[in-house]
Design a protein around this ligand. Structure first.
Ligand SMILES: *[C@@H]1O[C@H](CO)[C@@H](O)[C@H](O)[C@H]1NC(C)=O
Length: 350
């Protein structure tokens, strides 16, 4: 069923990438995958991996992010045609991959070669929101290099890109967007990461949450501007001359500006997480979450004022995860309840 289809899709994707390479920006390949949804497993009441893959397919969701190489999820994805962002996992995994080229080769063999192209692994994410000041931050680039070398040895360096997923706090001075620059604490490790991404044709993965910006500063940020609603006054960026009608696009363009200043103007951004909670805290309502996430999906097809076009974007998250620690909002980011019913209606374009 899926095998031939996915190979065909892979071939057409590859041709499209080749064509776009010749024009400008390969990371915009395959507009069909403009958006995806992050699939977290931190709940004791979630459907089986196979049911979840079916739910993605039945809802037109053609891309997924998972946070570690879960063998059951990878098996369920075989032949599904769903593109995948595959995280290596936490600090222990990063440390092992940074420490030895052989460990990276074993990892790539077990988690990429064993599945690709039956599972359309698009990116390997080395590290998710590792704090800039953390010891582990310094391990990210060595781990990325080892994974990239192992993929190259396996002939997969062109198909599977290696990146890392950062939090917005690697950027400082993000308003207006043209002032965006890597923060002092991220300033040591981010510019070399950016140059590695430029050299290898990979995008930077970024988790972008207007929700937290709004929650922390509702006096200066309009709810309409934070939730893609019409009627928000456009914010003009005097540095670039561009106008912004939503906070999300402004935040993403601040990352673009920081990449330029780090000497990596050709590196694109993939939004590896964004979302809005429907319950559990300030401004966390079903209506705000529906508006935000529908706006986010629609924005993925438009891109940002600085980089119009497709902005590959992953909504966080598929399910409300009842075992997530921390603030109650953390357990209410899902588009779906564990019983697979939608928390609110969303149109998933095809
Ligand atoms: C799937 O995409 C089509 C075409 O864009 C759309 O008409 C349909 O409503 C989508 N399905 C879902 C479940 O959102």
């Amino acid at each position: 069923m899926g095998g031939v289809g996915s190979v065909r899709r892979w071939i057409s994707c590859t041709l499209l990438i080749a064509a776009i390479f010749l024009s400008f920006d390969h990371q915009q390949a395959c507009a069909a995958g403009a958006y995806g949804v992050c699939y977290g497993f931190i709940g004791d009441n979630l459907p089986s991996r196979a049911e979840v893959v079916q739910l993605y397919k039945s809802r037109n969701i053609s891309a997924m992010r998972i946070y570690h190489p879960d063998p059951e999820a990878l098996a369920a994805l075989r032949g599904s045609g769903i593109a995948l962002v595959l995280d290596v996992g936490g600090v222990d995994a990063i440390r092992a991959l940074a420490g030895s080229a052989a460990a990276a080769a074993v990892w790539v063999e077990a988690n990429v070669q064993a599945y690709y192209p039956d599972v359309l692994i698009r990116y390997v994410a080395v590290g998710n929101e590792v704090p800039a000041g953390d010891d582990a931050a310094g391990l990210i680039l060595p781990a990325m290099r080892n994974v990239r070398a192992a993929l190259a040895a396996a002939g997969l360096a062109g198909a599977v890109r290696v990146s890392t997923a950062v939090r917005m706090d690697v950027i400082t001075d993000s308003f207006p967007p043209s002032r965006g620059v890597f923060s002092a604490s991220a300033g040591r490790h981010m510019p070399p990461v950016a140059r590695f991404l430029a050299d290898t044709g990979a995008p930077l993965l970024a988790n972008v949450y207007p929700y937290f910006a709004y929650r922390d500063n509702p006096r200066d940020i309009a709810l309409a501007y934070a939730t893609f609603q019409p009627g928000a006054a456009a914010v003009r960026d005097g540095g670039s001359g561009l106008a912004y009608t939503n906070l999300f696009a402004a935040m993403v363009d601040a990352i673009h500006a920081a990449l330029e200043k780090a000497g990596a103007p050709g590196v694109g951004v993939v939004v590896s997480e964004s979302g809005w909670p429907s319950a559990g805290g300030f401004a966390a309502t079903v209506e705000n979450a529906r508006r935000y996430n529908q706006g986010l999906i629609d924005q993925a097809y438009r891109g940002t004022p600085k980089r119009p076009g497709v902005l590959e974007t992953y909504v966080f998250a598929m399910f409300n995860e009842n075992q997530k620690p921390g603030d109650p909002t953390e357990r209410n980011f899902g588009l779906f309840y564990p019983n697979k019913q939608p928390v609110y209606p969303i149109i998933f374009p095809n």
